[in-house]
Ligand binder design. Structure first.
Ligand SMILES: [Zn+2]
Length: 518
């Protein structure tokens, strides 16, 4: 381990990364000195306290973790053989002299510089710098000096948007076989399929019902970095497949609304899906639950012969703010929004004007080029873009949120429109728009930094037919709650040979078994 050098401390003031390394090194030194009799343990504690008071208010949570771990790593048994020289008090004075410069350098934790910001709520569509402090957006201005941030990300040639919100996923993963999308192998643990595509908030669409919501919370919400919300299934057992999903006796509006009241932070809507049969009872129960809990209802029309009328659904059964997912489906047993000749049914635009939300919900069986192309050519636009993520869609035509957005981009929607339909609009629909879906100063710092590639790309629908396109959206960087959670090309990370990073601190809970307390 390298020694403690005055020059290192001087240069530390100029660069946060060096400061970080020096701090860690300094702390190691204090520990070593204490252990070898160079300083008394009380002095070591005093130095620690001073360091904490000076640095912790400026530090990011990750940094605190790093620094906090160092003292564990360099416990006595791991120290090098030769004893260190005693500490000299003036070293510490020099160290403190450097602190004011460090403070200046840390006004913002992250600065996204030179990116093209798309933020529908604030009407921004142009070049802005975005600064983040802790878990919040701290400033959005035409130009913010790099010197004011401890970490600067060059976002030129990239688009900076609010963290994406996917309104339709299936993430109630578990180990029960034969339970379709509730606690099953068909649902996915979210973090592997969201953050790397810019999605910071994902809404499970009907996996759990009121009977198993707590299990979902324990297994998925509490264990995921992705911000997880839920449309609670009107079926008590959730999306457990048949026969459970056909059980009218398990569709209890009152108990469903009660569960929504119990968990308002997570339950943002009610879901009805997969009901087979020409019966409006399930729709009425879901709408009743939604009205009781004051949250929107998402309808995935099941299969019925004869089919249930979507005109009646849009104009008579649903309330403004409710959602019709799988809007570009063309499937047996469900009515499509376009007729056989490709004409958009006249009541669709009326429904949109009425406030019914047309949601994409691509999935493994609900996105057809013939429907989407015809609808968009006739002026219809989906208000929200979502994936219907599950094992049956990720490796087929759907793939991920940005792939679905790319499809709509290639079908003629503008980048502004597809970003709005994946950020600001979904945030409004599920009423999380006070802090999410936009980049206002004070909002939660969920940010996606996207690249729009131009070239020749192919996209497939659920019938496995291809559409050639010119644009493909990819995610370079994802920030959630102010923390970098995806960095495709390391644009938010320093070059490895420009920083001095000490060995990883290891895990304290493991270290205590390696070096048990005496
Ligand atoms: Zn679904």
């Amino acid at each position: 381990m390298p020694g403690f050098e005055i020059n290192r401390i001087r240069s530390a003031a100029a660069d946060l990364h060096d400061v970080r390394a020096s701090l860690a090194e300094y702390r190691c030194f204090v520990h070593q000195a204490a252990d070898f009799g160079g300083t008394k343990p009380e002095q070591s504690i005093l130095f620690e306290t001073q360091l904490n008071e000076l640095f912790y208010p400026l530090a990011t949570p990750r940094w605190i973790q790093d620094i906090g771990g160092i003292s564990v790593l360099y416990s006595q048994s791991e120290l090098p053989e030769s004893p260190m020289k005693p500490i000299k008090p003036w070293y510490f004075v020099l160290f403190l002299t450097a602190l004011p410069f460090v403070g200046l350098a840390q006004e913002y934790d992250i600065l996204l510089k030179g990116g093209h910001v798309i933020d529908a709520k604030n009407g921004r569509d142009g070049f802005f710098d975005v600064a983040i402090k802790n878990d919040r957006i701290a400033a959005v201005e035409r130009s913010i000096p790099s010197s004011r941030a401890s970490r600067v990300v060059d976002a030129s040639d990239l688009f900076v948007t609010p963290g994406l919100i996917d309104l339709h996923v299936h993430v109630f993963w578990g180990t029960r076989d034969g339970t379709y999308l509730a606690n099953s192998f068909n649902s996915l643990p979210p973090d592997g399929f969201t953050l790397q595509h810019g999605v910071t908030t994902a809404v499970d669409a009907g996996g759990p019902g009121w009977r198993n919501f707590e299990l979902f919370k324990e297994q998925t919400i509490d264990t995921s970095k992705t911000r997880i919300k839920a449309f609670l299934n009107i079926v008590g057992a959730g999306m457990a497949g048949d026969p459970e999903e056909q059980d009218l006796y398990d569709m209890d509006a009152r108990l469903t609304a009660m569960k929504a009241y119990e968990f308002p932070e997570y339950i943002v809507g009610i879901k009805l899906a997969h009901f087979k049969g020409p019966d409006w009872t399930p729709v009425k129960r879901a709408v009743e639950a939604g009205r009781w809990a004051n949250i929107p209802v998402m309808i995935d029309f099941g299969r019925a012969q004869p089919t249930l009328s979507i005109e009646r659904l849009f104009l008579e059964e649903l309330n403004p703010g409710d959602l019709f997912t799988h809007c570009f489906a063309d499937a047996w047993g469900r009515e499509s929004i376009v007729d056989r000749s490709g004409k958009l049914k006249p009541f669709v635009m009326e429904a949109i004007d009425r406030g019914i939300i047309m949601d994409v919900g691509h999935g493994g069986g609900s996105f057809r080029w013939n429907v989407a192309t015809a609808a968009l050519e006739q002026g219809m636009r989906p208000q929200t873009i979502s994936t219907d993520l599950h094992t049956g869609s990720i490796n087929a035509g759907m793939k991920n949120q940005l792939n679905v957005m790319s499809k709509l981009l290639n079908l003629g929607m503008s980048l502004d429109e597809v970003v709005k339909a994946s950020t600001w609009k979904p945030a409004q629909v599920i009423k999380i728009d006070d802090e999410l879906g936009h980049l206002s100063v004070g909002a939660l710092a969920d940010v996606a930094v996207l690249r729009r590639r131009e070239g020749k790309f192919g996209f497939i629908d659920v019938a496995r037919t291809r559409l050639d396109g010119k644009y493909l959206l990819e995610c370079e960087l994802t920030i959630l709650d102010g923390e970098v959670v995806w960095d495709r090309n390391g644009i938010a990370s320093p070059a490895w040979d420009e920083v001095d990073v000490p060995p990883s601190p290891g895990r304290p809970e493991v270290q205590q078994f390696i070096n048990p307390p005496k």
